[in-house]
Design a protein around this ligand. Sequence first.
Ligand SMILES: Cc1cc2nc3c(=O)[nH]c(=O)nc-3n(C[C@H](O)[C@H](O)[C@H](O)COP(=O)(O)OP(=O)(O)OC[C@H]3O[C@@H](n4cnc5c(N)ncnc54)[C@H](O)[C@@H]3O)c2cc1C
Length: 316
Amino acid sequence: MKQNNDGILYLFKKNKVTFFHGRGSFVKAAEGGYELQVSGAAEETLVAKQVVVATGSNARALAGAPFDEQNILSNDGALRLGAVPKRLGLIGSGVIGLEMGSVWRRLGSDVTVLEGLPTFLGAVDEQIAKEAKKAFDKQGLNIELGVKVGDITHSKKGVSVAYTNAKGEAQTLEVDKLIISIGRVPNTHGLNVEAVGLQLDERGAIVVDDDCRTNLPGVWAVGDVVRGPMLAHKAEEEGVAVAERIRSTRACQLQHHSLGDLHQPRNCLGRSDRATTQSQWSCLQGGHLPVPGQWSGPCAGRHHRHGEVSGRRGHR
Ligand SMILES: Cc1cc2nc3c(=O)[nH]c(=O)nc-3n(C[C@H](O)[C@H](O)[C@H](O)COP(=O)(O)OP(=O)(O)OC[C@H]3O[C@@H](n4cnc5c(N)ncnc54)[C@H](O)[C@@H]3O)c2cc1C
């Protein structure tokens, strides 16, 4: 991580980007742009003609069970555990939850996943979901679908989750730590958007057009804090496109609908799906199309490198 962070600082320096370490917020519209406050390790007031907001997203909390990052964990807390919990509970079997559950299972935890939907990974390609379920079963994840979670209480001994299973029977899950992974929400906390009238939608995302322009001239927003899939490459491409628009070099148009299609058969469970994306690109460029509904894992160069190819070939 340090190497990565230092690499980015090096790139900033090399490309004459000044980095202020702190939290940024809007102060007001100023002559020639916007006044911004930086508070934290650096305390500064800046005026910028163009502002790009890329503040990401936060884990969604479950009503009645706020994250304390000690016993009830978001994905942040789940990555900071100092020891392997013997019994780990997980609410939500989305990609991030499964990634966390799978990591801790492989480190030795007994992992139970409680999912409200009756189908596993309902939002992804059916064939991938089927293959993924097999892989997680093999790892030893105990996945319960179609549950209804009730009261969550915690004490020094651990966390207790009352729930009703798919048959309608009342159950209690006792665990040492509980990860709640029920989605993410755009993060505009502390940005002081009201000061400048930056428009948010009903989900709290910054409203942007197809070019990532907000309702304010010179203010752009990209990534998880705006509409669209919360994916790293989507955020990155939007950032690049906005930089190009500001410089007006190339007016590149990001096709969100095709981005969605291209990433449909992604395999991001515990591995970087950038590799998948790139390999799908090269498949497309090579005239091979991933067949919708089939597992395209063997296409990923990174998986080959790690000798972790499973599933069946899905290209023509
Ligand atoms: C556990 C996990 C696994 C994931 N796995 C994948 C995956 O396999 N593939 C994939 O494509 N995507 C994955 N994602 C999603 C991906 O991480 C996000 O879509 C991507 O990071 C969004 O980029 P971003 O630039 O919008 O926000 P972020 O990467 O979240 O960056 C936002 C940054 O802004 C900073 N910030 C916030 N508010 C302020 C402020 N007021 N002032 C200054 N700085 C501020 C934050 O500290 C943070 O550094 C995963 C996400 C999680 C949580």
